[in-house]
Design a protein around this ligand. Sequence first.
Ligand SMILES: *Cc1c(COP(=O)(O)O)cnc(C)c1O
Length: 369
Amino acid sequence: MNTEFSMIPPAKPIIGQEERDAVDRVLASGMVAQGPEVEAFEQEFSGALAGGREVVAVNSGTSGQHLGMLALGLSSGDEVIVPSFTFAATANTVAVSGGTPVFVDVDPETFTLDPAMIDAAVTERTVGIQPVHLYGHPAAMDEIMAIAAKHDLWVFEDAAQAHGATWQGSQVGTFGQAGMFSLYPTKNMTSGEGGMVSCGTAETARQVRLLRNQGMEKQYANEVAGYNNRMTDIHAAIGRVQLGKLAGWTETRRENAAFFDAHLRGVVTPVVRDGAQHVYHQYTIRIEGASAQERDAFATALREEHRVGCGVYYPTPVHRLETFRTEVDLPVTEQLAREVLSLPVHPSITDQDRERIVAAVNTVAKAGA
Ligand SMILES: *Cc1c(COP(=O)(O)O)cnc(C)c1O
C-alpha cells in the first residue's frame, strides 16, 4: 500500500464557522424544535431551488419521499414505476406506504429512467412514476411527464442528489406533482439530516404538513393519523447557511467534472444530455465491459496504490436486494452495476488532487487494457 500521499476522500461534508454560529444562535434562543428557522429555510429553499413552489421541510429525504407519496394518495396495492439502479430508499418508501415498486430499466448514458421502458410496465394498478435524477443528472422529464399524462399517473421526483440541476431550463423537483431533496451530509448540501418536499399544489403541501406533524395544522385538532417527521430549528439553521454556499460549490463540482472530462483516458466519462444541467453529486465513470470483480479491482488499485477514494453506487440493483427480490430482466441496470465507479468530484478537492485522480485512473485503466 502506498502511504506517501494522504487518501483523497470520495465525499466530504463542508461544515464551516457560519454553520456553527447558526447552531449556537438557535441553541442560545432556547427554541430548538421546528420553529422560525424551519419556516425561513422553507422560504429560502423554495426561491433558490424549487422555482418558488411550496416546499415542506422534514427530518430526512426518506421521510419526504414517504410523506410526499402518501400525500399524492399512494395506498395499499398501488404500483409505482421506479428505476432499480438507485439507492434503496426510492423503492423502500413505496413499499412502506403499502405500494409495490415496479422496476424498469435505465438509459445507459444518463443512468436515469428510460422513458421508452415505462409504457410496457404500466398496469391497471399503476398510480405513479418515481424518476431519480441520479448522480445529479436530470431524468428526461418532458418525456416522463407526457407518459404520465397519457396514463393519468402522478410523478414524484427523487431529486435527493440533484439540488439545482435543470432540465430544459427548469429546476428538477418542479416537474412532477411532488419531489424530494435530501439534506444528508454527503449530498450537495446538508442540514445534518433532513429533506425537502417540493409540492405542485397547495393541497399536496397541506397534506405533507399534516403528515409531518401528527395530522395537525392547528394544535390538538388532529385531522389525519400522521407522523412526527419534523425538522428541528437546529438543522434548519445549518441548512440555511449551506443553501447560501450551494451555488459556489456546484460551480466547483462542474469545473472538477470538466477537468476530468478533458483528461481521463481509457474509461467512459459521464454523458450530459442536451438541455441538461448536471450538478455532479457523483462523477461516475464506467469501466466498459468489466465484470464486477474487475471493476472492484480497479477501485482497490485506486485506493491502495494511488490513495484515491472512490465508491460504487450501487453494487446491487434494488430489484435483486433481499427485500424486493423480483424476477425482471433489466440488462442495462445489471451492466451498470458491474461497470460504474464514482470518483471524488466534491468541492474540497484541490487542483493537485484533480491531477492525482486523473493520473491514477489513467494508469490503472492502461494497466488493465
Ligand atoms: C440519499 C438518497 C435518498 C434518501 O435520502 P435521506 O436523506 O438519506 O433519507 C433517496 N434517494 C436517493 C437517490 C438518495 O441518494
